[in-house]
Write a protein that binds this ligand. Structure first.
Ligand SMILES: C[S@@+](CC[C@H](N)C(=O)[O-])C[C@H]1O[C@@H](n2cnc3c(N)ncnc32)[C@H](O)[C@@H]1O
Length: 200
């Protein structure tokens, strides 16, 4: 039997630059943990803001208000992908009580720490914080009723993997409510090669 010429050859590390991009994203968001962004007042309803501790409002980094559109019901299990300081996770926890729970997943332990502090200040007990990546969600299949995400999927260097994972963890009939930025045409090389554009 003839061996393939490349059998055993190791591919170059990070062939598609995915880990490089994730590293940039980690650095960018680590740098804004605990800062004040001023975006929440534009995106959330006054009644929503009134239920949130100041820190959760100040740390908001999203681009929309997925909880408003999600039609959350008591008893549902919600997963907030890339929860940051926990603004949507906490609002979702309120909306699914009694009987439901809200899980905030983020790849930065520092973000999860502040999110947990905000939830404690908000007095919500039906929340869980999970360290992990949206491209490999550490939950069993068909375990979630609603996936929320706010300003996060655009940051993935492997969006098809993230969507496959969302589909895997959703129960049949479950729903995904995403607020994000999209492009509808090819980006020029100077944007594709810009670290700030990948991490922003
Ligand atoms: C733009 S912020 C949005 C935070 C939050 N959703 C909000 O609305 O305030 C992006 C968050 O996603 C997290 N993140 C980025 N890429 C991720 C990934 N691949 N898996 C999990 N979390 C990720 C970052 O650490 C950061 O907390």
């Amino acid at each position: 039997m003839r061996e393939h010429a490349h059998a055993g050859a190791q591919p170059p590390e990070d062939l598609l630059g995915q880990e490089t991009i994730k590293g940039l994203v980690r650095e960018a968001y680590r740098a804004v943990v605990g800062t004040t962004t001023g975006v929440a007042e534009r995106l959330y309803d006054p009644e929503q803001l009134a239920r949130l501790p100041r820190g959760a409002v100040e740390q908001a980094l999203g681009v929309g208000n997925p909880v408003r559109a999600a039609g959350l019901q008591p008893g549902e299990v919600v997963l907030d992908l890339g929860c940051g300081g926990g603004i949507d996770t906490i609002l979702a926890a309120h909306a699914v009580a009694p009987g439901g729970r809200s899980i905030g997943l983020d790849m930065l332990p520092e973000m999860l720490e502040v999110a947990a502090r905000h939830a404690a200040e908000a007095g919500v007990a039906n929340v869980e914080w999970m360290l992990g990546e949206m491209e490999a969600i550490p939950l069993p299949e068909a375990s979630v009723d609603v996936v929320l995400s706010n300003g996060v999927i655009n940051l993935s260097p492997r969006k098809s993997r993230a969507f496959a994972e969302i589909y895997r963890v959703l129960r049949p009939g479950g729903r995904m409510v995403v607020a994000d930025i999209v492009v509808d045409e090819d980006l020029p090389p100077e944007i594709l090669m810009s670290a700030a554009a990948w991490a922003g």
